[in-house]
Design a protein around this ligand. Sequence first.
Ligand code: GLC
Ligand code: GLC
Length: 813
Amino acid sequence: MEQQKRYGHFDDQHREYVITDPQTPWPWINYLGNEDFFSLISNTAGGYSFYKDAKFRRITRYRYNNVPMDNGGRYFYIKDGDTVWNPGWKPCKTPLDFYECRHGMSYTRVTGRKNGVEASVLFFVPLKKWAEVQKLTLTNQSNEVKNLKLFSFEEWCLWNAATDMENFQRNFSTGEVEIEGSTIYHKTEYRERRNHYAFYHVNTPIQGFDTDRETFVGLYNEFADPQVVMEGKPRNSHAHGWSPIASHYIEVTLQPGESKNFVFLLGYIENEQDKKFSAPQVINKDKAHALIAELDTTQKVDQAFAELCQYWDALLNIYNVRTGNDKLDRMVNIWNQYQCMVTFNFSRSASFFESGIGRGMGFRDSNQDLVGFVHQIPSRARQRIIDIASTQFPDGGCYHQYQPLTKRGNNDIGGGFNDDPCWLIFGTVAYIKETGDFSILDEMVPFDNQPGSEVTLFEHLKISMDHVINNLGPHMLPLIGRADWNDCLNLNCFSWDPNESFQTTENVSEGTKAESLMIAGLFVVTGKDYVALCQKLGKTQEAERMQKAIDAMIEAVKKHGWDGEWYLRAYDFYGNKIGSNECDEAKIFIESQGWCTMAEIGAQEGMVAKSLDSCKKYLECEHGMVLNNPAFTKYIYEYGEISSYPEGYKENAGIFCHNNPWVIIGECLAGRGNDAWSHYAKILPSYVEEKYQTLHKVEPYVNCQMVAGKDAFKPGEGKNSWLTGTAAWMWYTVSEFILGIKPDYDGIRIDPCLPETATDYTVSRKFRDAEYEITIHPNGAQKGVKAITLDGQKVDGTVIPYSAGKHVVEVTM
Ligand code: GLC
Ligand code: GLC
């Protein structure tokens, strides 16, 4: 095996990933903020901030498609004599004597040293605050007095990140700022319809400032050598139009051994309509002053940071495993759960692969994200379910996504993705099982946010199931609509026009023929959940009605969906098979293998085992399982976007990490623990981290959406990190199916599926008002619980009945 360069390592004790070389193969980022105010931050302090919505309320500017890639961010320039450097190496790229970036739980600490000076910046968003704190500590580690010139830098975005990038004829004239003491206010468009502004403050008197970008940088200079910094002299520029920025200038003298702290604060404020101004043209700064006062000393900031750390301690104490395998433990206990929080917060909106402009919160995506998050903060999950359901249509169909700021459905990727409705059941059931809170089903929830249209959430679940039943095709399988989980299998869009979106183009009568086996499996899985829920609620008739539909679906799959060695993927518009041995290319697809094995369709007839074997035989490679095999080598007009991708990438035979867990769960249900584990470990970041930092390219501490598949030019190369359903699915798989701790309505079901080599392990699980300390003794078994004791008493079956308080559970396999 090729020896790969390493750029960092895990520090489990601090729950950090420590990057030791700024020139990572791609920017390795982290997320700050957990509720309203958010930031993306790279290992060189690049990135941007926004309030709630990365499109409509962007606070600082970022350039995509840039050269070099990650340009723009929160930069501190330190001028020490003739040397100018940044703690995060960029943008000056002055070689540092020491560099380190520690990405932790909602914070990042970047430290640089140069010529006897250390600059360490702690970045975080305090809980419940609309601000990013940047605590800069400058330390003189030399024997001489240091006279430093410090310049801060942030560039404002003119709020709407989309128009900010295109409407220059207007933008270059609208920019406005105010300067008051050590605070620079950004108030573009505040004079008209906006009632919000932002500010950048430092808790010390400043000796100058700049707010006009061209003055600061120089029209022919770059972030790497801003003219003001190079000259060592601020120009106190006041921006009028063009591109407003915020830069403080501070002169710092440090005695040998001396350290000084500076608290920089990037804040966001909203004012009531009648309190917008304190004088004509002058913004009302009361709330800004108040926010600054809460965070204007090192002590206050340290306190806020301690609270953030406690918050994460509490969250990560809900599910904690000790297996003795560091690589597994750190993913389960730290990074997988952390990534689940991030995907819950952002869905697929803002990352270094998602512009924050193109996509909002996905209906399907956000429902799936819930299974990774619901144990962390159930109340937020509850609200999310209501928000999502509120965008649904009366026939059960959905907008594919909604905007977080307005919570309204948006049509950017259209609707009619026929898997969407089922996911609402998936998310809601996960919530109820975790919390025991059935009352959510009685919540009155509108359609398409229309007041007056409210019905109960339960009714939404019912119409979600019905939406599938009401949209069956010629083989009595679910019509695919625009697409199912695979956004790129667009079987009702025939396009030769490169300017048409594959997802929103409907140029053959939509959904009349093409059918999806993936939705069939999904319907059976979520249908079983729905039936169990109805039984729990005493809705016997409804349970029976749905059971019949499920049975019919199972029969339809067995009859029309089985190809001999695996499940078919779909029928196209003409009724031809997709994902069949009869096809020239893409003979087998992963999605239907995952869902139909999870649904255990045809298990008795041997279909499940054959399907799982076929995944190993045709889909598996060194880096995981590819989506389809062989890859498409040519564009197929009647398939849509899927065959538009070159071989091995994305939906055309990429390793779409998101769907690997489906097969892994299929393996677990079938009791094949060795196979489940080997698939799992292949895409588990900590295992990849150890081997492939350079090849993999993207952050080694989280899953990415896609790894180049075996047909690709460079198999194993990762892309689209962070925002992916993989996070929630990896969590669901390992926590519930591999380690086998599964919340249920009346308690916790214990049913692990492990590799034979697994040794004893213990899971601490907080569940509602109880705390369980569960020790599993696998005894070499892959599956099958023989005996359970709860506080020393034998339990019948595999569910530990819920009761509040602390409990000790012993499980023998
Ligand atoms: C992206 C989308 C997700 C979709 C998947 C496969 O990850 O966010 O909704 O299921 O691609 O196309
Ligand atoms: C593209 C991507 C897919 C994503 C979709 C969302 O088709 O390949 O992964 O889900 O865009 O619009």
